[in-house]
Design a protein around this ligand. Structure first.
Ligand SMILES: C[S@@+](CC[C@H](N)C(=O)[O-])C[C@H]1O[C@@H](n2cnc3c(N)ncnc32)[C@H](O)[C@@H]1O
Ligand code: SF4
Length: 357
């Protein structure tokens, strides 16, 4: 069983913070892109049953109804008979009742919405134009159609954001009662408008206070903090993302997508012209020697940590002796068969992961 990520790079507008592989939606490129995607899947896919499928972007919901119909036709190449989770990323400005009905008809059972914030100033800084009423309206449609697994992305730590603003954002997120919330501290990435405009990251202490506020509020509202940036109601952890954090295999199809198959990490071409000419692959590295490092770095992102027995068997190793130094320093602990980063170190996880490397 494997997992599949499919990348749809088109967006109707480009957010000021975004460094993902994305391009403006221009309709004459979409069908050729989907043709190239179909060819890539046909060439690379080995007919394994697929357990989780994630269509992300970019903005997959920006595709027109006809383009979506073609996309759903393409994924029929995959063996979806054992599919457990099918996520589709949507943006408020491009999704509609008709498109959502089409998603439902084609087996999508999880909707991921890039909300980021409800605060006008924050949205302005991030380059997102949208009204809160439109968000509420779309969420009601999603619920009425019968989707019962919704993720909402939240961004915090934006220039001039205060704890009060974040608190109000959390109030609204909680009132919408999503099954899953991903919370990201804003990263000012090179080449983005925020970076070019020399917008500075917020103070580290405030960032920590915001992280703690999110954790406290969400935990006291029955969300489980199961990964550094991710919270869910019980039973609604993202099965697809857990594949990444468990260092399991997955295909990534589409422009700039990454795969982990066999012992190879494969990066697809980010150049659209190359991709349209069926030059999918950009880079492939055999990581057999570093695989254990990947497993630790990804696995420790999970708050529950790494299952000791499974890890030792899979990597023919002994995780506790490997991490002896960090355990003695009190940074890593083990309990009930799991090795995990100690609570007070979770926020500074990157420092520990650097030590592991
Ligand atoms: C891969 S993006 C694409 C999702 C979709 N296109 C959208 O904008 O909603 C997924 C999420 O990553 C987060 N993200 C993207 N760039 C970020 C940045 N520079 N700093 C923090 N979070 C970021 C946002 O929350 C975004 O919704
Ligand atoms: S954040 Fe999402 S919608 Fe905005 S530019 Fe990036 S991929 Fe497109």
């Amino acid at each position: 069983m494997k997992s599949v990520y499919i990348h749809i790079p088109f967006c109707s507008s480009i957010c000021f913070y975004c460094d993902f592989c994305k391009i403006f939606y221009i309709d004459k490129w979409v069908m050729p892109y989907l043709d190239a995607l179909k060819k890539e899947i046909k060439e690379r896919y080995n007919n394994e049953p697929i357990r989780t499928l994630y269509i992300g972007g970019g903005t997959p919901s920006v595709l027109s109804i006809n383009e979506l119909i073609y996309l759903f036709d393409i994924i029929k190449i995959l063996d979806l008979s054992k599919l457990e989770e099918f996520t589709f990323e949507c943006n408020i400005d491009s999704i509609s009742f008709e498109k959502l009905i089409l998603l439902k008809k084609n087996g999508v059972n999880r909707i991921s919405l890039g909300i980021q914030s409800f605060d006008k100033e924050i949205l302005n800084t991030l380059g997102i134009e949208r009204t809160n009423n439109k968000v509420f309206e779309i969420i009601e449609i999603i619920r009425n159609i019968g989707f019962n697994n919704i993720n909402m992305d939240l961004i915090y730590g934006v220039k001039d954001e205060t704890l009060e603003i974040l608190e109000k954002d959390l109030d609204i997120f909680l009132s919408l009662n999503p099954e899953h919330i991903s919370c990201y501290s804003l990263m000012i990435e090179p080449h983005t408008k925020l970076y070019i405009d020399k917008i500075k990251p917020i103070d580290e202490d405030l960032d920590y206070e915001m992280y703690k506020m999110i954790e406290d509020r969400l935990k006291s509202n029955d969300y489980i903090h199961y990964e550094i940036s991710n919270y869910s109601k019980k039973g609604f952890e993202s099965k697809h993302n857990l594949v990444y954090w468990n260092n399991d295999e997955y295909y990534g199809f589409g422009l700039g997508a990454s795969s982990f198959i066999g012992n190879n990490r494969i990066d697809n071409n980010k150049n659209l012209t190359e991709y349209l000419n069926n030059n999918y692959k950009y880079n492939s590295i055999d990581i057999s020697k570093e695989n254990i490092k990947y497993a630790l770095m990804l696995g420790f992102r999970k708050i529950k940590g790494i299952n000791i027995e499974e890890f030792n068997e899979k990597y023919n190793s002994n995780i506790l002796s490997l991490l002896d130094k960090l355990i003695k320093e009190g940074k890593i602990d083990n309990k009930e068969g799991y090795a995990f980063i100690n609570e007070e170190w979770v926020y500074k996880m990157n420092e520990i992961l650097m030590e592991i490397i």
